[in-house]
Design a binder for this molecule. Structure first.
Ligand SMILES: C[S@@+](CC[C@H](N)C(=O)[O-])C[C@H]1O[C@@H](n2cnc3c(N)ncnc32)[C@H](O)[C@@H]1O
Length: 242
């Protein structure tokens, strides 16, 4: 996606998908742009761990030596990101854009699928309405996870549902019942409990758990009844094929 505000004095904002983890799954276009922008922006958990997206692209940035702009967000799932976080980040980004520097916000997977890029884009637009924006798609974790299972997500005429989190057992039941394949992202203890309560849908043997797809830490678990809460990883998802 490219939108042009026709303002040549400002730098451009790029939303760049860096793929699911394997640096070899970074697109050639993403690599070229990352090596040419002045500023790399990313979200950083307040627990100090390196940003996942930044870890993927560290190698390709070595020679380019860009400036880094971290947006710090809470590592605790129960603490929502404050709206000020995005408006403060937008002000910082706007300063760089105003100096004619291009800024790339990097995101794991694809920027248009459950990504914080949306928050960044909306807040930057409220500060710099005419900002030039370009989005570089990335290999989504959904695609990488399907590849790891060796089975298509969906084939001819089948229905696919992707859910970011489960908000209740009825929601989950409805999605699974109405889809041939359901992908559940952001797997957590509540989700596992909800699935255990859906035995009546005959899910036994039909859900596959994929952790850290495409990375050295990847694992694929076919029997999710063997999964314990402590095995769960933020970078994991479930594929349910009915
Ligand atoms: C905020 S969403 C970001 C999705 C991302 N934009 C994409 O296209 O994959 C974060 C969720 O993506 C999934 N995810 C990201 N990377 C993954 C990986 N390498 N393996 C499995 N799941 C992953 C997990 O479900 C995680 O909770």
């Amino acid at each position: 996606m490219t939108t042009s505000g026709g303002n040549n004095k400002h730098g451009s904002l790029y939303g760049i998908g860096v793929g699911p983890g394997d640096p070899e799954l970074l697109t050639i276009k993403a690599q070229r742009m990352l090596q040419s922008v002045a500023v790399i922006c990313f979200t950083q958990l307040d627990d100090g761990k390196e940003s996942y997206a930044l870890g993927v692209v560290r190698g390709v940035l070595e020679a380019a030596k860009p400036e880094f702009l971290a947006i710090t967000i809470p590592s605790d799932d129960n603490t929502p990101v404050s709206p000020d976080t995005w408006s403060d980040a937008a002000k910082d980004i706007a300063v760089h854009l105003g100096q004619g520097k291009d800024v790339a916000f990097i995101t794991e997977g694809d920027p248009m699928l459950y990504s914080e890029f949306f928050n960044v884009l909306e807040s930057v637009k409220s500060v710099v309405p005419n900002v030039d924006v370009e989005v570089v798609p990335g290999v989504s974790s959904v695609m990488a996870a399907a590849a790891s299972t060796g089975m298509p997500l969906v084939t001819h005429g089948q229905r696919l549902t992707i859910l970011p989190k489960v908000y209740g057992i009825d929601h989950l039941r409805e999605a699974i019942t109405n889809s041939d394949t359901t992908v559940l992202m952001e797997v957590d203890r509540d989700l596992l409990e909800a699935l255990a309560n859906l035995e009546s849908l005959g899910l036994a043997g039909k859900a596959t758990y994929i952790r850290q797809a495409s990375t050295a830490g990847e694992s694929v678990v076919e029997d999710i009844s063997k999964l314990a809460a402590e095995d769960l990883d933020y970078f994991s998802l479930l594929i349910i094929r009915r």
